[in-house]
Design a protein around this ligand. Structure first.
Ligand code: ATP
Ligand code: MG
Length: 391
């Protein structure tokens, strides 16, 4: 007999009429996530998702993986036993021993979906509660404000016992709030911004600007590695790798140095918008952070955002670097982000960048370039790479 996993749904329970489609999205994300751990029955009832493993399934692996599924606020691993009152007691005594010893008070709550079981829910709770309080005399029964809530579920094929849940990833199921493109560099910030918007239920398409040979093949591999790490949270993604070398060379040849970064960032936004429209995306996500570098002043951001009519989402805008690093470590991207391969921005950084530019100046500077032609060329040369955590 196998342990089972119970998942408590998060915010989606608040969504009224949309609840059903949110729940379907969550179930489908969970099923995809579980595919590599064997076969499971996955179904939802009363804001709880039940994950029942079939023979041979890897429940430990499944549990770890489900901790990263958005839309789940808490997970419990439930121990399975025979549907017999004394088997349930024995299971609870063994499985919950540590938690029972650590708590001052407890209460047993029983759910019985198998109505043929010979005791009522209340009878089961009383019986199991009585036996547990004898076995753990230092832990008192308290039906009003128990420190530990012991759950017993009597289901079709087995009974299950579980107690303290583990916190889940929170947020909303990926795909329940539309799609966006996310600008993914090899740095620390953009994997975090990608994670944060995925958490709000958005399906993401990463876009990376690649300046071979100024940045090496290893820099591209690093970005694909970051995207692959992010699939733990975001699900499977298609990364769009945009050839950026010709644009950067044109900028360097034809624009004043102080404008290099800004003109380049405006190209990134134009290309990202094209990719967004082609893929039904409704926003562009970046890892920008107010005041962090010259291109992240309010004036500079006004200039970069002026070339797109899509909302630019900047979830890191008000965070301190340390806070961003904390999240990067938590989501597992930090160690890859700090590998030393150069980004296209660092290769062409001006010595004295313009920090208070305005749109009119930039439009003037860009007159030297065939903006439309360069954008078309870059979009046409884009390479798509699928990344997945399911392989
Ligand atoms: P990061 O750590 O994400 O690289 P950063 O602090 O280095 O951010 P910038 O280099 O100014 O900041 O870039 C700001 C944002 O622009 C990045 O967070 C990212 O969203 C996007 N960006 C920068 N370079 C690239 C690139 N080569 N490809 C795709 N997006 C990029
Ligand atoms: Mg960067």
């Amino acid at each position: 007999m196998n342990d089972m996993i119970l998942l408590k749904q998060g915010e989606i329970v608040l969504k009224g009429l949309n609840k059903r489609s949110f729940e379907q999205k969550l179930l489908s994300n969970i099923r995809k996530r579980l595919a590599r751990f064997g076969e499971f029955d996955v179904y939802a009832m009363q804001s709880t998702v039940y994950v029942e493993p079939k023979d041979g399934a890897d429940v430990d692996g499944a549990f770890e993986s489900l901790r990263k599924v958005f839309g789940v606020v808490a997970l419990s691993r439930a121990a399975a036993c025979e549907k017999d009152k004394d088997a349930i007691v024995a299971c609870a005594k063994g499985y919950l021993a540590e938690q029972m010893r650590g708590a001052k008070s407890f209460k047993v709550e029983t759910k019985r979906s198998d109505k043929a079981f010979p005791m009522t829910s209340i009878q089961v709770s009383q019986y199991v509660g009585g036996e547990l309080s004898e076995a753990f005399p230092d832990t008192a029964v308290d039906v009003h404000a128990p420190e530990l809530l012991v759950h017993v579920e009597i289901r079709d094929y087995a009974a299950y016992v579980h107690a303290r849940p583990t916190p889940g990833a929170g947020g909303m199921p990926v795909g329940s709030n539309g799609r966006a493109v996310t600008l993914l560099s090899g740095g620390i910030d953009s994997p975090v911004s990608t994670y944060m918007i995925a958490k709000r239920g958005v399906k993401l398409i990463p876009v990376h600007f690649f300046s071979f040979p100024y940045t090496s093949e290893l820099a591209k591999q690093k970005v694909l590695e970051l995207a692959t790490l992010l699939t733990d949270w975001c699900g499977e993604m298609k990364v769009e790798i945009v050839p950026f070398t010709h644009i950067q060379e044109e900028i360097r040849a034809k624009c004043p140095e102080e404008y290099f970064t800004l003109v380049m960032r405006r190209f990134m936004m134009r290309i990202a918008s094209r990719i967004a429209y082609r893929n039904g995306c409704r926003a562009i996500v970046t890892g920008e952070n107010l005041g962090q570098v010259a291109s992240q002043t309010m004036e500079a951001m006004a200039c970069t955002q002026a070339v797109t009519d899509l909302p630019v989402l900047q979830p890191l805008i008000g965070m301190d670097k340390e806070e961003i690093v904390t999240v990067a470590r938590k989501i597992g991207t930090f160690d890859t982000s700090i590998l030393p391969y150069e980004d296209c921005c660092t290769v062409f950084t001006p010595r004295h960048p313009k920090t208070r530019p305005n749109v009119a100046e930039l439009e003037e500077v860009e007159k030297a370039l065939d903006v439309e032609g360069l954008v078309n060329e870059a979009v046409a040369g884009t390479e798509r790479v699928k990344v997945s955590c399911f392989a």
